[in-house]
Structures are given as structure tokens and as C-alpha cells.
Write a new protein. Sequence first.
Length: 93
Amino acid sequence: MSKIIIETASERTETLLRAAIASQIERLQASAQSSRARLQAFQMRYGKELADVAAEDLEGGDLEYVEWAGEAEMLRRLEDDVRHLKKIEMAHR
């Protein structure tokens, strides 16, 4: 596990960085929530998980499969980005 520590020279800089990180986390979490909803729509439509289907099982074929798989990958990356941002610690010099 890695940890990011940012040393700041001023309290104002630390406050700004904390606010920017918190804002980015909120945006990423909102995007992840939207992504989960899109994935759930696929799962409800087909009654299966992505791992249990092949492109030929889907009405939209390859294009729909790629969309579903891309959405799953997007969610994974969004959640990963949130985890990394939450590991950042601030320290004064």
C-alpha cells in the first residue's frame, strides 16, 4: 500500500489542497454512482452479470458488450481514483 504525503508551507495552501481533493472525490463518487446505475440497467435487462454473458447473447451484440465492459472498467477506475485520493495526507513544514 502506498501513501501520498504533501508538505505545505502554509495553512492556506493546505486548506486549498484539502478542498480541491474533497471536491474531486465528490465528483468521482458522483460519476461512480452514475456508472453503477448504468451497470445495474444492463444487469436488470439481461438478468446476468457481465462475466456471465457473451456479445452474441446481447441484443446489441458486440457494440453493447463493449459498452457494458467499458462501463465496468470505468467504475473500477473511478473507485480506484477515489481510494488513491483518500490516501493523501497533508503536513506542514
